[in-house]
Design a binder for this molecule. Sequence first.
Ligand code: HEC
Length: 141
Amino acid sequence: MSCLKNTAIYLGIVSSFVTASALSATNDKVAMGARLYNERCTYCHSTKEGVNKIGPTLNKVVGRHSGSVSNYSYSSSTRSLDLTWTDEVLARFISGPQAMIPCHQIATKTMVICPGGTKMTFSGFRQKANAEAVVEYLKAQ
Ligand code: HEC
C-alpha cells in the first residue's frame, strides 16, 4: 500500500516536472525566435500594427491571409497568393521565400531575367528549428 502511494506521489512529481519543462521549452523557443527575428527580419519588418518598412507589418501575421495589409504595396505574385499564414506555411515560406513564390525565368539572348516572384530578398533559414522558433516568436506578438 505504502509502495503504491509512493508511486502515485512519484508520478505526480514527474508529470508536473514534464509540464514545467514543456513550458520552459516554449519560452526558450520564443527567446531564440526573438533573437533570430532581430538579426534577420527587423531590417525590413516591424511587428507594430500599421507600421510597414521595406516589407509589410508582421503584426498578428500568424493566421493572417497572405497579401492582406491594406496600406502595403505587394508584388503581384504575393497579392495573388491566396493562402493563410499558418505555423507550417509560414515556417516553409521563411525557409525559402523564392522557392515558395518563384519568379519566371526567361532567357534572353544576353541574360536571364526573372520577373514575378516574391520581392522579399531573404534567402531563408537552412535549419527548420530556426524557422519554427521565429514562428513561435511571431505568434507571441
Ligand atoms: C530584405 C528585406 C526583407 C527581409 C530581411 C525579410 N523580409 Fe519578409 N518581406 C519583405 C518584402 C519586400 C515582402 C513583400 C513581398 C512581396 O510583396 O512579394 C515581405 C513579405 C513577408 C511576408 C508576407 C506578408 C503578407 O502580408 O503576406 C512574411 C510573412 C514575411 N515577409 C516574413 C519575414 C520574416 C519572418 C523575416 C525574417 C526571417 C523576413 N520576412 C525577412 C522583405 C523582407
